[in-house]
Design a protein around this ligand. Structure first.
Ligand code: ATP
Length: 443
């Protein structure tokens, strides 16, 4: 993990928020390459969802009417059990003590669970994870609003708006990507548990009685999405929630888990939410949330199958999954370790790099012409500094699938070499065929 966090910072994927002020816990900034990778993850998700005829997209506000969070159960239930260490005053999630380290110098490096065994912890109490703020100029109780802790509620309250505008019939879904905020007691593991993050959620509305079959369908689809984007199958697994561990709204729930260096962790939850949400909003708002079936002339509350993925957690899983240290040949016949990010080409922040082999004989000019020709189509990078082997390594490290090099033969026959990131094999192609080559290989 340390190597990945350091690569992420050095190469401009992720920085700690407000670093020059000592950082803000649980908040991260995405740098030039990180923002591209994150956008690509979200784009692939958006396409997989909304390029279908039975899913529509929306973008709801982060601030919602406070009654939404009463109806959803968040005001009453969105809590984690918290304990204080009497010794060092640090606070921990009572159900995750095995990972927590006590903050006091006396306990430095010792697991907090040890402190508890020695009677250093207070009784657990419930802590609500929603961030509160005030709307308008008056900071009083009547003006309290929350930063949304999930994007799902913006979908539920818009169910009938979207259905009538799009004239969708059941079953159909609504997809949304957006920021969510949770005042986590302990943030940890880089992007895994943060206080501000992005979610990619799709709520699929179905006729009650067909929910079990749609749940199975989406469970399969969502696992396939990660695998199709190159995530190693042996590092993905389902975790089924035991009946006594189900959230208050769920009839059935599976997590998709990824094997991070620190252990298995959830990257997406798939839930059968029944008609809990629509019926709660119907009760709290006094407005009917029923669907009218033209065919059977029935009115009823649909059931909802939820697929809820973290964009930031998925980003981290793709980064971790892509990171490899491999033996690579050196120019003098030896071997060295190369770091390579084997990101799926659709996710790679930069699709191709263009190099002149040397900075003379017209090579830079030719390489610049190639780069300019590719720029309207792909994110490309031009590099003419240092030995070409080092330039390859720099691109390997950020996951660039192809490196195109202009060399002396280019001056003779207008061909260039194209080097493949993963196999490190090079082939020669005509310089006017590069765009087609990239189209064929990047999709
Ligand atoms: P956890 O048990 O890890 O706290 P959760 O079960 O509360 O997660 P959900 O409410 O199901 O998570 O949220 C859906 C997805 O949102 C998660 O699978 C995860 O990818 C992402 N997510 C949730 N909380 C965080 C967080 N604090 N930081 C980053 N991503 C998060």
């Amino acid at each position: 993990m340390d190597k990945i966090v350091s690569l992420a910072k050095r190469r401009g994927f992720v920085y700690q928020s407000s670093e020059i002020y000592g950082g803000l816990n649980g908040c991260w900034d995405y740098g030039p390459l990180g923002v591209e990778l994150l956008r690509n993850v979200k784009e692939q998700w958006w396409r997989s969802m909304t390029f279908r005829e039975d899913v529509e997209g929306i973008d709801a506000a982060i601030l919602m009417h406070p009654r939404v969070w009463e109806a959803s159960g968040h005001v009453a239930n969105f809590t984690d059990p918290m304990v204080d260490c009497k010794e060092c005053k640090a606070r921990f999630r009572a159900d995750q003590l095995e990972d927590a380290l006590c903050g006091s110098p006396a306990y430095k490096g010792r697991k907090a669970v040890k402190c508890q065994a020695e009677g250093k912890f207070t009784e657990a109490r419930q802590f609500n994870l929603m961030f509160k703020t005030f709307i308008g100029p008056v900071d009083d109780a009547g003006a309290v609003v929350y930063l949304r802790p999930e994007t799902a509620q913006g979908i539920f309250v818009n169910f009938l708006n979207v259905q009538s505008a799009s004239r969708q019939k059941l079953p159909f879904g609504i997809a949304q990507i957006g920021k969510a905020f949770r005042n986590e007691i302990n943030t940890k593991n880089f992007l895994f548990r943060t206080r501000e993050f992005e979610q990619m959620e799709m709520q699929f509305f179905v006729k009650p009685g067909t929910d079990v079959q749609w749940f199975e369908y989406w469970r399969g689809e969502r696992m396939r999405w990660f695998a199709d984007l190159g995530m190693r199958a042996e590092r993905l697994q389902f975790h089924q929630h035991e009946p006594d561990k189900l959230a208050h709204y769920a009839k059935e729930a599976f997590d998709i888990e990824y094997q991070f260096p620190f252990g298995w962790g959830e990257i997406e939850g798939i839930h059968n939410r029944t008609d809990f949400d629509l019926s709660q909003h119907q009760t709290f708002s006094g407005k009917s949330m029923q669907y009218f079936d033209d065919g059977t002339k029935e009115r009823f509350l649909p059931y909802i199958i939820e697929t809820s993925a973290g964009a930031s957690r998925s980003f981290m899983a793709f980064l971790v999954d892509g990171y490899r240290e491999e033996d690579a040949p050196t120019a003098d016949g030896g071997t060295e370790t190369r770091v390579v990010l084997r990101l799926h080409p659709k996710l790679a922040p930069v699709k191709a790099a263009v190099f002149p082999l040397v900075n003379r004989d017209g090579m830079p000019e030719l390489a610049r012409t190639i780069e300019q020709g590719l720029r309207p189509h792909y994110r490309v990078f031009y590099d003419d500094s240092g030995a070409v082997g080092r330039r390859y390594r720099r691109q390997d490290e950020v996951g660039t699938p192809y490196c195109i090099t202009v060399d002396s033969q280019t001056l003779q026959d207008h061909t260039v070499t194209v080097r493949d990131r993963d196999s490190m094999q090079q082939e020669r192609i005509a310089s006017d065929a590069i765009l087609r080559y990239l189209r064929d290989h990047l999709g």
